[in-house]
Design a protein around this ligand. Sequence first.
Ligand code: GLN
Length: 483
Amino acid sequence: MTTLPATIREVHRGLQAKEFSAAELAAQTLERIASQEPRLGAFLRVREQVMAEAQAVDERLASGEPLRPLEGVTLAVKDNMTIKGEEATAASKVLTGYRGVATATAVARLRTAGALVVGKTNLDEFAMGASTENSAFQPTKNPWNTSVVPGGSSGGSAVAVAASEAVLAIGSDTGGSIRQPASFCNVVGMKPTYGRVSRYGLIALASSLDQIGPFARTVEDAAHVYQAMAGVDEHDATTSSQLVADVVAGLGESIADMRIGIPAEFFGAGVDPQVAATVMSAAKVYESLGAKLVNVSLPLAPQALATYYIIQPAEASSNLARYDGIRFGPSVRTKAGLEQIYRQSREQGFGTEVKRRIMIGTFVLSAGYADAYYHQAIRVRHMLREEFDRIFDEVDVLLTPTSPTVAFPLGARTQDPLTMYLADLLTVPANLANIPAMSIPGGFIDGLPVGVQLMSREWDEATLFRAGHAYQQVTDWHRRVPE
Ligand code: GLN
């Protein structure tokens, strides 16, 4: 093969025409990763085991078994999801050497569909961040310009797809961690409705917000990955037993008469006017396809960021209480007593941002402050959900920028947590409202990609994928690759 296949279709075409075997594809992908990693740092670990797994795919096909939906397709997995017996660190020193006791349901389902996991990708420690610079191990660079960040926290997964180190990737999105790096790297990234994809085997950040979702070059491929992962799981009580619609089958349906809401609050204060203008051109593309643009208002949306930065640290601080140096990862051995083992293991194991969130979270939950902060934030979240519910009586999808700016320089925001948090301005509303949302490539400013965010009502991923796919049928931003 001269160039690596970029989509599921291309992989399947090549396998069926016997242009390459799964083992050849896996070997060339590992070579590609080896050549790109010194420059990009997207992976924390590569899986040599993938070679044997690819050979098993070739044997299946040789024995005449039918092609499964993701047969032989390379997949990169964010390192906050577990594979039984293999290391998973969430990019934290606290989990160095930790091995998964089971395989995450999302990963297991993708492997059952035939996907080949080539490696585990870098992230901000415990998925806290918007640049992948909070990784305890390495920063990841943006393949469009290695002096800017790839976004985060799933920066490694976004870069893996953007730099052709894998055809597909998965990440987790608590406040934008799939969509924002997708927008910075010119790939598709999608967060399902809360409860659609099992969180079993996902190292928890904020349990009422976390969802696993796909990265791909095309909306069609993202739909395949979503479909393979979605649905009830006995290991996660928050998964819904609602029927998962066949989103792939619905992709080609017309979007004429689709009502697309343009919420004013997502184009104003804090949003780069050039980004806003680029995203409005994408809206015009929809209009040319017969969709109807509707100006709408979500007055509570500007409160979403402050609300998120109370609820998220609150849940994170309680989830992270388990890392005490006893059950997971390295332990500081001291004769000074159990209390000191806890203290020193946590002091040495956690990075600065994680400690900051543990302190914020503990504060907003503490007696005397919980009413003023945590409980108040929960009320605002309910009101925001109701506001989104009402808007979807008027429109089918919402269209906004994914991020207020294009990718920023490495180091530019690491000393100033508040400006780092502002990167999440436009993505956190969907997590607080539990609704599905997606970022698709929508243009460039000075050589850096701009993402267009689409959101739809709860459980209506089908409409979201259909809208995204329609845009990719008439644009070619997603076909542009770095270098
Ligand atoms: N940037 C956001 C944060 O740091 C979102 C993270 C995420 O979605 N995991 O909280």
